[in-house]
Ligand binder design. Structure first.
Ligand code: ATP
Ligand code: MG
Length: 121
């Protein structure tokens, strides 16, 4: 549903506490884009690229990033302007570096373990 509306150049910030469900939502978006590989959490690599879907998907997890330099080294900014979709877990940690025209999906837990609330802005 969400994946069907995505266009080249979209940047989506995924925020929410540890274990809120950011990677799970990223997996669903990857599937919706037709990515063939199973999306895995890029925590230790910062970035995973998937080219097999309707649009290239760039999946970032900036939880373990210690300095802006690490992001410059992988050329994060360039990815924002490429013709793919950027999904950024823990985007709130690098808010100043994100483009203005991003969308944010904030995930929080609901009343029971199987419930999650997504606020899109
Ligand atoms: N909508 C949901 N309903 C029920 N359980 C969920 C939902 N989304 C995620 N979970 C469960 O919550 C756990 C953590 O999910 P996930 O790894 O996606 O979180 P995360 O926000 O990426 O965590 P991290 O901050 O460590 O990157 C997983 O066990 C997952 O199965
Ligand atoms: Mg995650």
């Amino acid at each position: 549903m969400l994946a069907a509306e995505l266009e080249a150049g979209d940047v989506i910030a995924l925020t929410g506490d540890l274990g809120a469900g950011k990677t799970t939502l990223a997996k669903a978006i990857a599937k919706g884009l037709g990515v063939e590989e199973t999306l895995t959490s890029p925590t230790f690599t910062i970035l995973q690229e998937y080219e097999s879907g309707r649009l290239p998907l760039y999946h970032f997890d900036v939880y373990r990033v210690h300095s802006e330099e690490e992001l410059f080294e992988i050329g994060m900014e360039d990815y924002f302007y490429r013709s793919g979709v950027c999904l950024i877990e823990w985007a709130d940690l690098i808010e100043d570096l994100l483009p203005e025209n991003r969308r944010t999906i904030k995930i929080s837990r609901g009343e029971n373990e199987s419930e999650r609330i997504c606020e899109i802005s």
